[in-house]
Design a protein around this ligand. Structure first.
Ligand code: ADP
Ligand code: ZN
Length: 619
């Protein structure tokens, strides 16, 4: 009986997903999250950016009687969310301060008449007694709390007004309250449940990997030219370039726009009005590239961001994950390129020193982890997810510079690694990285002589390399699990995996030290010997069979329709839908209806025009 019910509920959710959104299946954990909503059990759902959190409450809200109330911190986002829902034929509205009293009254009226399925509202308005009374009289089906990490002081974006939301469970004890966020740390996760007063919530934590993002890291070396290469690969596509300072933003904007690229700056030094204008131009596809400080991003829901470039190293991997995560929300491939220099670490420390305050709790460790990511030789996808406590299976991801063989590795990585590991063994696993590097380089350091380590057979084996390089290699071996750092003094030990290297059974990946002429060698992929065969790149897969000329024409039609409707282009159709159209070339409305991301409403509203264009282009 219960199984039967379970299956029919899933069928109902699937039907709504297809009818309104035109999607054929669930993303990971979506089904579980939706079922929890239907069951009116409280939940905390952690999915990465682009994981499809919104649908987790939007789809069930359609299947349940009454009105779903969505708490969203960003007024700027509400309109987009509501426009997107309406474009799919879902009756939705928002209430906020940008509206006239008359507009707000009209929303209240449609709620009273039971015409709305979803209402977006900011927390401070929701908790007003008037609103709560009104909602108590209306038939509310559920509460969804977007960006739920804002309730936690441990999060990166604490908002005191979120704290008041604890009254929801008290005033509406029978309704499910569902918290959604992309923020990963367990401390924040637990805090959300506690602060909201959730009753035995279902916890769903997704994978933090974003397989469609292609990560690359390069040493900064002729930055403008490095960035120009990225832009050339993404002509007329949307992207964000993050800089560390306002001044860097302005300089880069001047340079790139001088070269003919359509860019706009964004930072806290601009007026509110300017910032809004630039953000709108970006969301509305009237400019390709936003050059920004970290001030930019929160509240950007644009799904077709095709690249995120970091002109400098962020201060933590949390920051990097979040900022780079703005790329590729539509699930299509997107490039995340990080340009760093060793000086970036110093700049961050100087900044903290200038504030005359101690760096925030854990900041130095976060900075170290970030730097290790940059210089590391671990698959970027693995390194990122590992940082958030998850292990990715598999050997080569097919979507990072290292796994794609675009980074120069040391040709004799195995031998160099063996030299390092055997030195660690001969030092009886009692010394740290700096010391080990000194031994390998044949240093006359007092401590080495005292320990008699100049007599070790590994002494001076890497004398031709710089201390920095050997030190980097040791870190790279630790990052890949061949060495382990133990205790307060970070003493090096060889792991069982490292023993296999000593026996010549596996070859670690060691990066070639940076040279001044690093530029040229990057263009020709080389790469060391690695086990397994590389997967086809993410990019090649998602363009498979797509007629690019037709795709361009479809994009122009989308632009025209979006302008007429006064909404961002991606609300009409995502890039994924356009690529599918340019691949399938639907000729009838029935065929059009089968395109990814095309539901009943969009077939009706846009089908004819797109089919006509496709027919014309086929000639
Ligand atoms: P999040 O809020 O988690 O960052 P969104 O809810 O904005 O993610 O979803 C990201 C994109 O993925 C949107 O364009 C959305 O329409 C799309 N999407 C969500 N769920 C699915 C699905 N099951 N199948 C296909 N696309 C989906
Ligand atoms: Zn990889």
């Amino acid at each position: 009986m219960a199984r039967l019910r379970g299956r029919s509920l899933t069928a109902m959710l699937k039907e709504a997903l297809k009818k309104f959104w035109g999607y054929d299946g669930f993303r990971p954990l979506q089904e579980e999250a939706m079922r929890t909503v239907l069951d009116r059990r409280d939940s905390v759902v952690i999915l990465p950016t682009g994981g499809g959190k919104s649908l987790c409450y939007q789809v069930p809200s359609i299947c349940m009687p009454g009105l779903a109330v969505v708490v969203s911190p960003l007024i700027s986002l509400m309109k987009d969310q509501v426009d997107a829902l309406r474009a799919c034929g879902v009756p939705a509205a928002y209430i906020n301060s940008t509206q006239s009293p008359e507009e707000r009254r009209s929303v209240s009226r449609s709620i009273e008449q039971g015409q709305l399925k979803l209402l977006y509202i900011a927390p401070e308005r929701l908790v007003q007694p008037r609103t709560l009374e009104f909602l108590a009289r209306s038939h509310v089906s559920l509460f969804a709390i977007d960006e739920a990490h804002c309730i936690s002081e441990w999060g990166h974006d604490f908002r005191p007004e979120y704290r008041e939301l604890s009254l929801l469970k008290r005033q509406f004890p029978k309704l499910g309250v569902h918290a959604f966020t992309a923020t990963a740390t367990p401390r924040v996760r637990d805090d959300i449940a506690v602060q909201l007063g959730l009753t035995d919530p279902v916890r769903l934590v997704g994978s933090f990997d974003r397989p469609n993002l292609i990560y690359r890291v390069e040493r900064r070396d002729g930055l403008v030219e490095q960035i120009r290469k990225v832009l050339e690969q993404h002509r007329q596509e949307a992207g964000v370039i993050y800089c560390l300072t306002r001044r860097d933003v302005d300089t880069l904007h001047t340079t790139l726009s001088g070269m003919g690229y359509r860019t706009l700056p964004y930072h806290a030094g601009l007026s509110d009005e300017e910032r809004h204008r630039h953000q709108d131009a970006f969301v509305g596809d009237r400019v390709d590239t936003i050059i920004a400080t970290v001030a930019f991003g929160m509240g950007i829901d644009k799904s077709n961001v095709r690249y995120v470039v970091h002109a400098g190293m962020p201060k933590s991997l949390e920051n990097y994950q979040q900022e780079s995560g703005r790329a590729g929300r539509d699930g299509l491939e997107a490039d995340c390129v990080l340009f760093y220099s060793a000086g970036d670490v110093v700049s961050w420390k100087q900044r903290w020193a200038k504030d005359a305050t101690a760096p925030p709790d854990g900041a130095l460790e976060s900075l170290d982890a970030m730097a290790a990511y940059c210089t590391g030789a671990v698959c970027r996808h693995k390194a990122l997810t590992r940082y958030f406590g998850q292990e990715l299976p598999g050997e080569l991801c097919g979507a990072c510079d290292l796994c794609l063989g675009q980074v120069d590795t040391v040709p004799d990585s195995l031998i160099v690694s063996q030299k390092i590991l055997s030195s660690v063994v001969r030092q009886q696993e009692r010394f740290g990285g700096d010391y080990t590097a000194l031994v390998l380089r044949g240093s006359h350091d007092q401590r080495i002589l005292q320990n008699g380590h100049e007599k070790l057979s590994t002494y001076g084996l890497l004398a031709s390399e710089s201390q920095r390089t050997v030190r980097d290699w040791i870190e790279q071996l630790a990052g890949q699990g061949y060495l382990r750092k133990v205790g307060e003094y970070q003493v090096l030990e060889v792991t069982p995996l490292g023993r296999q290297v000593l026996r010549g059974q596996i070859t670690p990946r060691l990066l070639k030290p940076a040279e001044p002429d690093a530029e040229e060698k990057r263009t020709k992929p080389t790469g060391g010997k690695l086990p397994g065969s590389p997967k086809p790149s993410v990019a090649a897969e998602s363009w498979e069979g797509v007629d690019r000329t037709l795709f361009e024409s479809l994009r122009q039609l989308r632009r025209k329709l979006a302008d007429e409707m006064g909404v961002p282009a991606y609300i009409v159709f995502s890039d994924a839908s356009l690529r599918d159209m340019a691949r399938q070339r639907p000729q009838t409305l029935d065929e059009f209806r089968k395109i990814r991301g095309v539901g009943d409403r969009k077939t009706e509203d846009f089908g004819e025009e797109f089919i006509e264009l496709i027919a014309d282009s086929t000639g």
